[in-house]
Design a protein around this ligand. Structure first.
Ligand code: TXA
Ligand code: MG
Length: 379
């Protein structure tokens, strides 16, 4: 049984909750909400107790929903891998509520790392650090001598972490191979019945996962682009070389650091996804319209992933305007829900526009390229 707690945000009652103990259908409870707030929130208290007992709980963060377990309990962490179907050699990141928890977890951070923490925590930056022996279950680190750590910037996550009082290992709360969940409904669709509980705090903010970084002698490596941009990192560390994932690949096969998770085929839609890139959006659109017509002839169910500015350019079985090119953070916010929708609607052939690989656009394009199996038409 999966317990479903619905939390409703409002100014007066930041965290209201009602509970559905009959989590059989995965839908939020329709029962009335009781006015509860602050650290006395019984839903968060109950969720924290589940975590302490070694159960798994999905919770919202500012990036995507995470599937949490007490990082010090091997049995609890094992449940995360089983529920997600996650390969056992892909390490989990650890979430803490405050910097004071670092003392029992990792070696004392140096000056550069402290600057990153001051600038971006709480927030979407995961920092890979040398782990203290025995601090977390070896399943969390998959035997590496490092651990990824972050303080999430979400009131529900922070309150849950404080209440649980232990470091919480939490990968994204999707089945392995599906897009990360940005709504509690996505979590329920993938994991209902397989996990202890779901804290529904509404849609997440950033919509893509955290940026994962590791400091090496020759620079700060972005192992996975995400919510904190390369430009923001460079502004905080002007004297440090920031190494983006693309430049890492140039020396692949050598000592190039990469997140272990990056080697796995990520989300791929059930339909065929093809990205279309061009210096001229009009030229790309023309190509897409021609391809759509040909696909229709072949009997395909067609889809287009575009942006609000270009929505009217296309006719297909499903046209999704995924945010605005003029505000790339809106693209990140909506991307995963859009990818899930193509599958739900049974679209067999999808053409997607691209956005500039700048700012958060670097992370958007990283996820889109993986979803497309790196099929990009340059027009
Ligand atoms: O925004 C996020 O980061 C979300 C929320 C829930 O916090 N979590 C998340 O976790 O995306 P996950 O497990 O889906 O992705 C963690 C990534 C993986 O690519 C993993 O390989 C990498 O971080 N990673 C974890 N520990 C690592 C380590 N010690 N060294 C290098 N990469 C590591
Ligand atoms: Mg993930």
């Amino acid at each position: 049984m999966t317990i479903y707690w619905k939390l409703n945000g409002s100014k007066d009652h930041p965290l209201q909750a009602n509970k559905d103990h009959n989590g059989s259908n995965g839908l939020p409870s329709q029962a009335s909400t009781s006015g509860l707030s602050g650290s006395n929130n019984p839903a968060i208290k109950e969720a924290a107790q589940l975590l302490q007992r070694g159960e798994t709980v999905a919770f919202p963060t500012e990036t995507v929903y995470g599937l949490g377990a007490d990082a010090t309990q091997t049995q609890a962490v094992k449940r995360v891998f089983i529920a997600k179907g996650r390969p056992s050699d892909n390490p989990l990141i650890v979430h803490i509520a405050e910097k004071s928890q670092l003392a029992g977890l990792v070696a004392p951070p140096d000056e550069t790392i402290l600057r990153l923490m001051d600038a971006f925590w709480p927030g979407p930056l995961t920092i890979i650090l040398p782990v203290l022996p025995g601090a977390v279950s070896p399943l969390v680190t998959t035997g590496l001598n490092t651990v990824g750590v972050r303080i999430p910037d979400h009131p529900v996550a922070l309150e849950l972490l404080k209440e649980a009082g232990c470091p919480i290992a939490a990968p994204s709360a999707n089945s392995s191979g599906r897009p990360s969940p940005t709504h509690a409904e996505h979590v329920a669709a993938d994991l209902q019945g397989k996990i202890g509980g779901i804290l529904d705090g509404g849609p997440t903010g950033v919509g893509l996962e955290s940026t994962v970084v590791e400091l090496k002698e020759n620079g700060l490596y972005i192992l996975r682009p995400g919510g904190v941009t390369a430009e923001q990192l460079q502004a905080t560390l002007p004297d440090t070389v920031i190494r983006k994932p693309d430049s890492n690949i140039e020396i692949a096969g050598t000592e190039t650091p990469r997140a272990p998770g990056m080697k796995y085929a990520h989300y791929a839609p059930k339909g065929e996804l093809q990205l279309v890139e061009s210096a001229s959006p009009e030229r790309a659109a023309e190509w897409i319209r021609r391809e759509l017509a040909a696909a229709k002839q072949r009997g395909e169910t067609t889809g287009v992933l575009t942006f609000q500015e270009h929505q009217s350019w296309y006719a297909a079985d499903l046209v999704i305007p995924c945010g605005r090119l003029s505000a790339p953070e809106t693209i990140a916010h909506e991307l995963y829900a859009a990818l899930r929708l193509f599958d739900r609607k049974g679209i067999s052939y999808i053409l997607a526009e691209t956005c500039p690989r700048e700012g958060i656009g670097l992370a958007v394009m990283n996820r889109l390229e993986k979803a497309a199996g790196h099929r990009i038409a340059q027009i």
